[in-house]
Design a protein around this ligand. Sequence first.
Ligand SMILES: *Cc1c(COP(=O)(O)O)cnc(C)c1O
Length: 413
Amino acid sequence: MKSTDLLKVARDFGAPVYVYDSEKIASQFNRLSNAFKGVENLRLNYAAKALSNITILRLMNSLGSGLDTVSIQEVKLGLLAGFKPEAIIYTPNGVSLEEIEEAAALGVQINIDNLSILEQFGSKHPDIPVCIRINPHVMAGGNSNISVGHIDSKFGISIHQIPHLLRIVELTKMNINGIHMHTGSDILDIDVFLYASEILFETARNFKDLEFIDFGSGFKVPYKEGDIQTNVEELGKKLTTRFNEFCDEYGKQLTLAFEPGKFLVSEAGYFLAKVNVVKQTTSTVFASVDSGFNHLIRPMLYGASHEIVNISNPKGRERYYSVVGYICETDTFGSNRRINEITEGDILCFKNAGAYCFTMASNYNSRYRPAEVLWHQNKAYLIREREDFDDILNNQIDVKELFSTRKERVSAK
Ligand SMILES: *Cc1c(COP(=O)(O)O)cnc(C)c1O
């Protein structure tokens, strides 16, 4: 998307606003599909939690994607967006048996990540095929908050528990039709990924009726120039070879599944916010935008670095700025960033705002969540309205009779 298009969206729909470029989403989807074209049955299940607007889900469906869901609500959104139940996999962590049964009743693929629920589910519903989420205990590097394969992780069934798992399967006579891992969002190293894959193959040999092996996600996308990104073409080549060898050995063409979130939508997203105040202090120049971590929490939550550009003054002289939000506690989007000279009223663009940005937005400080716009074939479509004051009061119950409204203020004598 051109910055002139982004400026036009900000003008027409107001800021703050999220903008998503459908063409970039499609090109990422096709890039990953092409990297694995040597696999006979490939399934890409978009991880809905990255960006769950229903129109985005429809776009994914039109591209031929399946859907990876982590809550019953995401399952229902996916069904509403036109996904067939068979195209949805439900991969929750620590949810109740009741919620898993509700998902199973809707006909989606169940993926279970602990032995307690596996035993209960298998005892009650031995006829419903289940995928198992394995924890291969591979540290995939990066930020420890988002590496989920290591020994202390709450995710998945440890590979050391396979004997117990097999006993449960044997006693309940349940059917395991898939093996899954998701080792976190920071896999830098293809060899680490391939190593974890070998553990999955090893596990898969224990089951006779598999239909698919799901390698999760963790594809890394660049956030700024020079960032390391996953070379999906190289991974595609190497994993395809190993996967096809394994299928030959297993005696059946299995489906190779992935569930990318960030890879598909991160770079397609732009967050636009207006500069309210430029404030010179003794140590820096702050640019305060009409937004905060209530709209984009990743920098404050886990130190994510989103590139920030001034699309209102792209040719201006570059200066150092600290870009901050309006939330009344530390709320920094970026420190010491070189940005084209900022004037109050300018529109700043935060890049890589497609994944885990709007979906993590809140009403903190009683602020409205922003609008979302889809840019499709050179046209802007509003896909979520900006909230208003009614949304802030929605679901609150004003129990007026509990307290009398005082007319005068209490004052110290
Ligand atoms: C969040 C999640 C994903 C997507 O991860 P990305 O890093 O966004 O690609 C995939 N699978 C599961 C089970 C997830 O919870």
